[in-house]
Design a protein around this ligand. Structure first.
Ligand code: MTE
Length: 323
């Protein structure tokens, strides 16, 4: 984010990661049952263990690609995507990859609470085991007008919502990043409303496109991209895709998200991509492709996902849907 308080497509197959191996879930269950030292099954908070813990989900990668989600452009290289990141917890610039390695992602506990039948507190590896991982090729468009295309691995957020069993009156889901200023020095910057929070309507969260990302490029998620799990909503500006999530809270009240609190005139709740609606300080009609030597391409309405998501917004009147 430039802040500082002024501060259905085709892909070049050559650019894609290889098809996956069969997911050996039984072996993972076995590994988990014999590995209490991994902290699995406990409700330790995220990343607080001293020991360096293994990621027992590694064997699920690469996951089978879902052929429904294809692209009209080449994928970015893994290097493009893992060396240019926004993760303010580790610095307010793009080169936080090294600093982000301080984040411990095992053990990691995820809480599902609020308007749900019963609060669930679950270890990340147990959660992943309950879900079916798949690979999808998606575009990604940052509000700062840069973009990329990459293979995510994850599971539909609709499956997480189902698992959470929200009450009938729940209308939104709020997501929250870890909060640990000792590890993430950016969280010592008191002028930001930590922890990072984002929200979606239940209809958005259960849209077919909405993924909970657990990996990219056929591997578990790297820390700078928001390990061990992040949101992926490709029709929205990138700041909606919250990283390193520890909590999903169901509510009937529309939440105010991190950037909305910081600069509500520029960053709103909906943040759907629209080339015709400029940001308060720059146009949004084109985007710079990461790794493209400055190459710009036209930005598409809903980042090219109009067919899948436009109906979510048809009956919403008087809302600022595009920032
Ligand atoms: N999540 C957290 N917790 N902290 C952040 O600073 N930045 C957001 C989003 N998720 C951010 C975050 C922004 S502004 C963008 S553009 C994307 O992450 C960047 O994702 P990437 O680094 O994988 O490209």
């Amino acid at each position: 984010m430039l802040l500082r308080f002024k501060s259905s497509w085709e892909l070049q197959e050559s650019a894609a990661t290889p098809e996956s191996v069969f997911m050996d879930r039984r072996r993972l269950v076995k590994a988990m049952s014999i590995a209490p030292f991994l902290g699995i099954g406990t409700t330790l908070p995220y990343g607080k263990a001293n020991a360096v813990m293994a990621d027992p989900t590694k064997r699920f990668y690469p996951a089978n690609r879902n052929p429904r989600y294809r692209l009209d452009r080449s994928l970015n290289t893994e290097k493009d995507v893992t060396t240019h990141n926004n993760f303010y917890e580790f610095g307010s610039h793009k080169f936080i990859a090294k600093e982000a390695q301080k984040l411990r992602t095992r053990p990691w506990t995820v809480t599902l609470d609020g308007m749900v039948e019963k609060t669930i507190v679950i270890d990340i590896d147990k959660l992943i085991l309950k879900m079916q991982l798949e690979e999808r090729l998606y575009r990604f468009r940052c509000v700062e007008a840069w973009s990329m295309a990459l293979p995510w691995t994850g599971f539909p957020m609709a499956d997480l919502v189902k698992f959470a069993s929200p009450l009938k009156g729940a209308k939104y889901v709020i997501m929250e990043t870890f909060h640990d200023p000792d590890v993430a020095k950016g969280q010592k910057q008191f002028w930001y409303p930590w922890p990072y929070r984002e929200g979606l309507t239940i209809e958005e969260a259960t849209n077919e496109l909405t993924l909970i990302g657990t990996g990219a490029y056929g591997k578990p998620m790297v820390k700078q991209m928001g390990a061990p799990l992040r949101l992926v909503v490709p029709w929205k500006y990138g700041f909606k895709s919250i990283k390193s999530i520890v909590r999903f809270t169901f509510t009937d009240q529309r939440p105010v998200s991190f950037w909305e609190k910081v600069q509500g005139q520029e960053y709103g709740f909906w943040a759907n991509v629209n080339p015709a609606v400029p940001h308060a300080r720059w146009p949004q009609d084109t985007e710079r492709v990461l790794g493209g030597g400055g190459r710009r391409v036209k930005t598409l309405l809903y980042n090219g996902y109009e067919e899948q998501v436009a109906q979510l917004y048809r009956n919403l009147k008087g809302e600022n849907l595009f920032f």
